[in-house]
Design a protein around this ligand. Structure first.
Ligand SMILES: *Cc1c(COP(=O)(O)O)cnc(C)c1O
Length: 398
């Protein structure tokens, strides 16, 4: 449950299994890491810029800590079209790193609320800065309010559980459930935050996977969000930049702390003090990813993973799964399938699938107590591996 242990434990079980079964060709549908090549136009922009660095005229050293003005401007225009301005966009080395810096901005004296299940970094990072309090015997932290998101509530939490003046981490499309909140749901969240003095940390790392046009791709589509929400996002899943490292945060000028000071002012201070700017090569890749050609390329890249997910959904809704009561939650707007095995504990079904299919998944219970009996299947993988994994899964006896 203390999630710092989730991915190391998945890796340990995989290693042990591989050591005991050297002939098993293990396929990972586990960790959310991208696998496909960065598309040519975006790659070329980084190659050209890197080559320029080897010349006197093309060289540049430190840049602004907040990022290239041209990139801040392009993000504001292309992804926020008027909902955020360039001086509210801060370029970074990734959303996870921004979340850590946000945690150091708010410090230890703040209550936390997280969707349960959730991306482990929200809780684990809060533990590190001392905001989570002590863990109880089940591994849940006293300073953290867990907001169960289950099939019963359509994976949208009961907001009344959230205490006043809390920092609310909210991820949509969600990792691990894959569920993207509707505009009406986000409106409820924003209204609640405004009424109760809460600040929302909105993680939109998977916004590029949203294909349902009616779903919001940024929280700023919701009236009032500029007064209560910071958004973090990234090129990692959008453009395959997991190893390149490039992300951004948006801190609207209207957002203030309880005492009225603008959060943006303090965020600027954190970014210029604790951070020294994202790689200039990466930022030129980011610029290319958001021009017309780059937008076409990233859409195709994301579509590739979405097609993997559709193939996996077909396998996981097959006769052997359906007759065992397995429920597949997947709407087509994320790279993750959230699959419930009602008769199983998450780690037991994880072991069974590893043992009988040689496929690695991620046990849902590792993302929070409400994830018990679920397993997350990731669509990040080469097509041929996904197809082979699906052939094996369709023979799984449950
Ligand atoms: C992958 C992921 C990120 C991206 O983190 P980066 O540091 O930008 O690579 C952020 N949030 C969630 C929920 C993720 O799954």
């Amino acid at each position: 449950m203390t999630a710092g242990y989730l991915f190391p434990e998945v890796a340990r079980r995989r290693r042990e299994y591989a050591a005991a079964h050297p002939d098993a060709k293990i396929i990972s549908l586990g960790i959310g890491n991208t696998t496909e090549a960065i598309p040519p136009h975006i790659t070329q922009a980084m190659v050209s810029y890197a080559q320029g660095l080897g010349t006197r005229v093309g060289y540049s050293g430190y840049g602004d800590e907040q990022g290239l003005t041209s990139l801040r401007k392009r993000i504001a225009e292309v992804l926020y079209s008027g909902m955020a301005s360039e001086d509210e966009v801060f370029i970074s080395d990734g959303a996870k790193c921004d979340i850590a810096r946000i945690q150091s901005l708010f410090g230890s004296n703040v209550g936390i609320a997280v969707q349960d299940p959730a991306y482990p970094v929200y809780v684990d990072g809060s533990v590190i800065v001392g905001a989570a309090g002590a863990a109880d015997s089940s591994g849940c932290y006293k300073g953290v309010t867990y907001l169960p998101c289950t099939a019963e509530n359509n994976f949208f939490p009961d907001l009344s559980l959230i205490k006043d003046n809390t920092l609310i981490y909210f991820c949509s499309p969600n990792n691990p459930t894959g569920v993207a909140s509707t505009k009406a749901q986000l409106k409820q969240l924003v209204d609640y935050a405004l009424r109760h003095g809460c600040i929302i940390i909105y993680d939109a790392a998977y916004s590029a996977f949203i294909r349902d046009e009616s779903l919001p791709r940024t929280i700023y589509e919701v009236e009032g969000a500029r007064r209560c929400a910071i958004e973090v996002n990234s090129f990692s899943k959008l453009a395959g930049f997991t190893g390149i490292r490039l992300g951004w945060s948006v801190v609207p000028s209207e957002l203030t702390f309880a005492d009225g000071t603008p959060v943006r002012q303090d965020w600027n201070r954190v970014m210029t003090t604790l951070f020294n700017g994202a790689s200039n090569i990466a930022q030129h890749g980011g610029l290319a990813a958001l021009d017309e050609e780059g937008r076409k390329e990233t859409r195709e890249l994301v579509d590739y993973y979405l097609e993997n997910a559709r193939i996996m959904k077909a396998a996981l809704t097959g006769e052997n799964f359906a007759s065992a009561g397995v429920r597949v939650f997947y709407t087509g707007d994320s790279p993750y399938l959230w699959v419930q095995f009602p008769k199983w504990k998450s780690w037991d079904i994880f072991d069974k699938i590893l043992d009988e299919c040689h496929v690695v998944t991620t046990p849902g219970s590792g993302f929070g107590p409400a994830g018990e009996s679920y397993v997350r299947f990731s669509s990040f993988g080469h097509r041929e591996d996904v197809e082979e994994a699906c052939r094996r899964l369709s023979k799984l006896k449950l």
